[in-house]
Design a protein around this ligand. Structure first.
Ligand SMILES: Cc1cc2nc3c(=O)[nH]c(=O)nc-3n(C[C@H](O)[C@H](O)[C@H](O)COP(=O)(O)OP(=O)(O)OC[C@H]3O[C@@H](n4cnc5c(N)ncnc54)[C@H](O)[C@@H]3O)c2cc1C
Length: 379
C-alpha cells in the first residue's frame, strides 16, 4: 500500500482543508439554522473539482484516485460533515453510472454529475424497507420505449437539489428482480416532499420522494438491457463504495473531536492548572489519537484497494463499522472533556456528537456491517 503524501496528494488535501476553513466554516451557523446546503458553496466546490475527484477525465472528472477522494472528504468533514455527506452521495450516484452504466449513459450523465451541475442522489430506502433491499416496492413497468415508475422513497439525500437520481425499483416483468434506472430529477412525477427534520447533519438536504408515473426512456436502465434485473448487485457494490465515503467523513469528525479537545484541555483550568494536566484527560486524548490514526489507515487502505480494482464489500463493511464507532467514542470523550460547555451549542463538539450518529445508521446500519464482516469468515 502506498500512502505516501506525494506532492500532488498533499496539495489536494491542503486545498480541501483551506477551502473548508475559509469557505465552509463561516457558513456553518447559517446552515445549522436554515437546514440547507449553502447554495454559495456549490459553485466554489465545482471550481475545485470536488464533485468528480476520482472519476476519469474523459467524462469530466479530475482523474485522481479514491485516496485523494477520501482525503478531500476527510478535510471537508473535519470542519462540517454535512458537506462531506453531500459530496459523498453525489459520488454514489456518479459511481453507479461509472461502474455499471453503458458508454452512452456515461457520456450523457457523468459530465453533469462530475462538474456539480447536476447533483446526484441514490435511492433504495422505502417506508417498509431500509436494511432489506430485496423488499423494495417501488415498481418499474416497461411501456414501449419507456419505463413508468411508481412508488415512494424515503430519506433521500440531495433529493430536493436539481440533478440526477438513480432509483432502485422492482421490475414487474422480471419476477420482481431489482432494476436500477437513471432519472433526471426534473422529470414530471418526481415529487420531493418537505425536508426531513433531523437531529444533525443539518447542511445535508434529505427528503422523501413520491414517484407518480415517472416516465423515462427504457435506455436509462443502468447497464442497458444486460443490466436489467441486476439492481441488487449494483446496489450492494455501490453501497460498499458509499461506506468508504462515510468512513472518510468519520475520520474527519474524529480528528475534529480530538483537535477541539486538545485546544479546550490546554485552556480550561481547574485546581489552578489546565485540565490537560489531569491524567484522566490525557487518557482520553491518548485514546482518541490512537483511534483516529487507526481509523485513517483503515480508510486509506480500503480506498487504495478500491482504486486498484479490488472488490471492497467486506473491507468497507469492516472499515465503516470500526471507524463510525471510533467517531462515536471520540465525540463522546470530547464532550466529556468539555464538561458542561460541551453540552451547549456554543461548542462544536455538541454538533459533532449529533452529526456522528448518522454514520452508524445510513447506507446500512452497523448491525448489518457486522453480519457482512462475519459472512466473509463463516462461508
Ligand atoms: C439523514 C439520512 C440520510 C439518508 N440518505 C439516504 C439516501 O440518500 N438514500 C437511501 O436510499 N437511503 C438513505 N437513508 C436511509 C438509510 O440508509 C436507512 O435508514 C438505513 O439503511 C437503515 O434502514 P432502516 O432505517 O429501515 O432501519 P431498519 O432496517 O428498520 O433497521 C432498524 C434496526 O433493526 C436492526 N436490524 C435490521 N435489519 C437487521 C439485520 N438484517 N440484522 C441485524 N439487525 C438488523 C438494526 O439494529 C437496525 O438498526 C438515509 C437515512 C438518514 C437518516
Amino acid at each position: 500500500m502506498e500512502f505516501s503524501y506525494s506532492e500532488q496528494r498533499q496539495m489536494i488535501k491542503e486545498t480541501a482543508r483551506e477551502f473548508a476553513e475559509k469557505e465552509i466554516s463561516p457558513l456553518i451557523t447559517k446552515m445549522e439554522k436554515e437546514k440547507r446546503t449553502a447554495s454559495d458553496l456549490i459553485p466554489k466546490m465545482k471550481e475545485l473539482g470536488f464533485y468528480g475527484i476520482q472519476y476519469p477525465e474523459e467524462y469530466g472528472g479530475v482523474g485522481c484516485t479514491y485516496l485523494e477522494y477520501v482525503m478531500v472528504l476527510e478535510e471537508l468533514s473535519r470542519v462540517y460533515c454535512s458537506i462531506g455527506g453531500h459530496i459523498s452521495v453525489n459520488s454514489l450516484c456518479a459511481g453507479t453510472i461509472n461502474d455499471f452504466g453503458t458508454e452512452e449513459q456515461k457520456k450523457t450523465f457523468l459530465p453533469g454529475l462530475l462538474a456539480g451541475d447536476a447533483i446526484g442522489s441514490f435511492a433504495f430506502t422505502e417506508p417498509d424497507t431500509g436494511s432489506d433491499a430485496r423488499a423494495i416496492r417501488t415498481t418499474a413497468k416497461r411501456d414501449g420505449d419507456d419505463w413508468v415508475i411508481n412508488g415512494e422513497k424515503i430519506f433521500i439525500t440531495n433529493s430536493p437539489l436539481p440533478g440526477t437520481i438513480v432509483l432502485f425499483c422492482k421490475d414487474v416483468e422480471m419476477e420482481d428482480k431489482i432494476t436500477c434506472i437513471i432519472v433526471p430529477k426534473n422529470t414530471p412525477g418526481y415529487i420531493p416532499q418537505k425536508h426531513i427534520s433531523k437531529m444533525g447533519m443539518h447542511g445535508l438536504e434529505v427528503a422523501d420522494i413520491v414517484l407518480e408515473n415517472v416516465r423515462v426512456p427504457y435506455e436509462n436502465t443502468v447497464g442497458g438491457e444486460a443490466g436489467r434485473g441486476q439492481g441488487f448487485k449494483v446496489l450492494t457494490t455501490e453501497i460498499s463504495v458509499g461506506k468508504l465515503g462515510i468512513s472518510a467523513q468519520c475520520v474527519g469528525m474524529t480528528q475534529a473531536a480530538l483537535d477541539e479537545s486538545i485546544s479546550y484541555a490546554k485552556h480550561r483550568e481547574q485546581q489552578g492548572k489546565p485540565i490537560a494536566k489531569f491524567q484522566t484527560i490525557q487518557w482520553m486524548i491518548g485514546e482518541m489519537s490512537a483511534e483516529v490514526d487507526a481509523a485513517r489507515y483503515l480508510t486509506y487502505a480500503t480506498a487504495y484497494s478500491k482504486s486498484n480494482g479490488k472488490n471492497i464489500m467486506f473491507d468497507s463493511a469492516k472499515t465503516r463499522l470500526f471507524v463510525s464507532q471510533a467517531a462515536h467514542r471520540a465525540a463522546s470523550s470530547a464532550m466529556q472533556i468539555h464538561g458542561a460547555f460541551g453540552y451547549t451549542t456554543e461548542y462544536n463538539v455538541e454538533r459533532i456528537f449529533r452529526d456522528m450518529k448518522l454514520a452508524e445508521i445510513y447506507e446500512g446500519v452497523n448491525e448489518i456491517q457486522r453480519v457482512i464482516a462475519a459472512a466473509e469468515l463463516l462461508r
